[in-house]
Ligand binder design. Structure first.
Ligand code: PLP
Length: 437
């Protein structure tokens, strides 16, 4: 791909960088003005699950735009929003009874935090204002979501955040964070004890919720909850009357090979769940909160006294919902989750076989991270990600907490394309290792 010929007028997040221009999309490829193609190996940031230029989704968007683009949710509901909400409820093993649509993952996390507060206020426990979250989590960029997360480089400039309400326990990264001789059960025991201690330190009756990513994504790179971890956390939250919130903005909506990642991790359902990214596959900005029966019933029963006074102009946007509905129908009709599992296994095998200087491959389905065995001052992932881009492959660079890149290709990827992805990745890795000597 060639860079822009003249300086950009956009306030990019990195003002000194020359961004490539994308003008087209075709299946799993992004197309540049000169016609060169880049394999979208991470679907941006685990977004474009149907790849680019998908006809059924585009048709649904156009059709909805013609019928009715926008009607404010203070006054109206709309067909695609109603249908999409019902579909998500029907597909979720009876875990949820209501859905709230928003526009971004950060908005969904903010609203989930507020919903959790509202739930306790409605139950007559307004003192429950604390949230227990995890170190090295990423929950979004708005101030509340940034406070819930804990990725130091993203937070530092903006400290102090809204942090008094947010408390962080250890990340979950097994086997890496296991101690000498500690098996997975003992590791989980230790982490759960840390939650228990945090509940005690805060006073359990002050805790509104535990909020975690079911699989650590942007920061740690596809780190699934350890075996038994979610079930133990569920028990602990129930014991203390706190809600359990899963943030599946990145790892959810089929990416792990099941609709929700928790369905692959012991089938432990949360009280509230945030989703985004793959929900609308990037064709429209859309996210959602899936609301469990208990939360919905409590809030509904005290609506007159405590209405949920939180809304965003574009929530439940008809075109966004139409795009997401067409995305989800396509995934079901084409049985794409089976492809996610099969191609995920192939990707895993090929990476394991061929990537040099490998420390670990982790993840589920088409959500896989490669971490390199390097010393902190010898890191290579950033170099590899930029060399891959030059060589026609986009992969997502994880945070500085790990020397890793994330793969999250579109669900439609074929066997041949998986091999092409791995070929470019391995060649780029070797190129960087050679240059480093
Ligand atoms: N939550 C998780 C787990 C994420 O990975 C992200 C984005 O990467 C967000 C929330 C924020 O989503 P958005 O960037 O759409 O605001």
């Amino acid at each position: 791909m060639s860079s822009l010929a003249q300086p950009s007028a956009i306030f990019h997040r990195s003002l000194n960088k020359n961004y490539e221009k994308a003008v087209g999309g075709d299946g799993i490829y992004i197309v540049a003005p000169d016609g060169s193609r880049t394999l979208d190996g991470s679907s941006g940031a685990a977004v474009s699950c149907l790849g680019h230029g998908h006809k059924a989704v585009i048709d649904a968007i156009v059709e909805q735009a013609r019928k009715m683009a926008f009607a404010h949710t203070s006054f109206f509901t709309n067909n695609p929003a109603e249908e999409l909400a019902q579909l998500l409820i029907d597909q979720s093993d009876n875990a949820f009874t209501k859905v709230m649509f928003l526009s971004s993952g950060s908005e969904a996390v903010e609203s989930a935090i507020k919903l959790a507060r509202q739930y306790h206020v409605s139950r007559g426990e307004p003192k429950r204002s604390n949230f227990i979250c995890r170190k090295y989590a990423y929950h979004g960029n708005t101030l509340g979501a940034l406070s819930a997360g804990y990725n130091p480089p993203r937070r530092e400039t903006f400290e102090p955040l809204l942090s008094p309400a947010f408390h962080h326990v250890s990340r979950c990264l097994y086997p890496q964070d296991g101690r000498e001789g500690e098996n997975e059960d003992a590791y989980v025991d230790r982490l759960i004890q840390e939650y228990e201690d945090m509940f005690t330190a805060l006073d359990p009756s002050s805790v509104a919720a535990v909020l975690i990513e079911t699989m650590g994504g942007a920061t740690l790179g596809a780190a699934p909850a350890a075996r038994g971890y979610l079930a133990r956390l569920r028990e602990l939250c129930d014991q203390h009357g706190a809600l359990l919130i899963f943030d599946e903005v990145m790892c959810g909506m089929g990416r792990a090979g099941t609709l929700h990642a928790w369905q692959s991790l012991g089938n432990v359902a949360p009280d509230l769940q945030t989703i985004g990214k793959g929900l609308g596959a990037g064709y429209q900005p859309i996210s959602a909160i899936l609301v469990g029966r208990q939360v919905h019933q409590v809030i509904q029963s005290s609506q007159d006294k405590y209405p949920f006074v939180s809304g965003h102009t574009y929530q439940g946007h008809a075109i966004g919902c139409a795009a997401a509905l067409a995305t989800q129908h396509t995934i079901i009709k084409d049985d794409l989750l089976a492809n996610v599992r099969q191609m995920g296994d192939l990707l895993d095998r090929e990476l394991r076989k061929r990537v040099p200087k490998l420390k670990e491959i982790r993840g589920l389905g088409l959500f896989k991270a490669v971490e390199f065995a390097t010393q902190p001052d010898q890191r290579i992932a950033a170099n590899i990600a930029s060399t891959c881009l030059t060589n026609g492959l986009a992969v997502y660079l994880c945070s500085s907490a790990v020397d890793a890149v994330l793969f999250a290709p579109p669900f439609i990827i074929t066997e041949e394309e998986v091999h092409q992805l791995v070929d470019i990745f391995v060649a780029s890795t070797n190129q960087v290792l050679q240059e480093k000597g």
